[in-house]
Write a protein that binds this ligand. Sequence first.
Ligand code: FPP
Length: 231
Amino acid sequence: MNRIKLPVHVAFIMDGNGRWARRHFRPRSYGHRAGVQNMTKVCTHAFRLGVRIVTVYALSAENLSRPKEELDDLFELIRLYFGKKRDKLLEMQVKINVLGDISVLPPDVQADILSVAEETAGFTGGLFNICLNYGARQEIVRAVNAAVACGRFVDEESFKDLLSTAGVPDPDLIIRTGGEVRLSNFLLYQAAYSELYFSKRMWPEFSKRDLERAIENYSARDRRFGNIRRG
Ligand code: FPP
């Protein structure tokens, strides 16, 4: 990883937990558990490499239409992650921010999330955004309504301040695992000039080395933001 142009902000669409579990003849919940463990491993590695901001799509607004049994499993994982196992999160020494509408989560889980956010607010090792019940279209519509409610006109930059990522630079690199090639309602406004990287690996098997490969691939790209190459 020498002489690499590092992205400041990397975002992950962690897809493939269910298929990975099926390949191992295990229930989907097993895949999600492995997915959470891998999230900690890969994101910790990203911060170690020098990435300053990491955003993960942990639960989309659309995921909420999954069968109750699977949702209960996911909520339980979230409860553990922000509750009993919060030490793992705190070990990362980064500021934790949750994006999305968490009011659908059980009240005790909401309280745990808020207390982790509070406890890590002063951490300076980086910023870890965890998207829960997040949808980009919902976020954009909410922002438009907020602007209309205060009778404000917005421009491209001031509109960003109404999004849940206010004050956070746009993702430089978005990595999606699981073999699908789409954004699935993730950071649609913020992704306008993000570099996209798609991996066929299922999320639980996406390794630290895979992350390095994605960053090396990013580093070799010519980002022109609609302009022409100079020099
Ligand atoms: C996509 O795999 C993954 C999800 C819907 C949830 C991912 C969530 C986590 C890895 C962690 C949960 C977060 C916290 C903060 C505890 P899929 O189920 O769609 O897989 P498939 O496409 O193979 O079925």
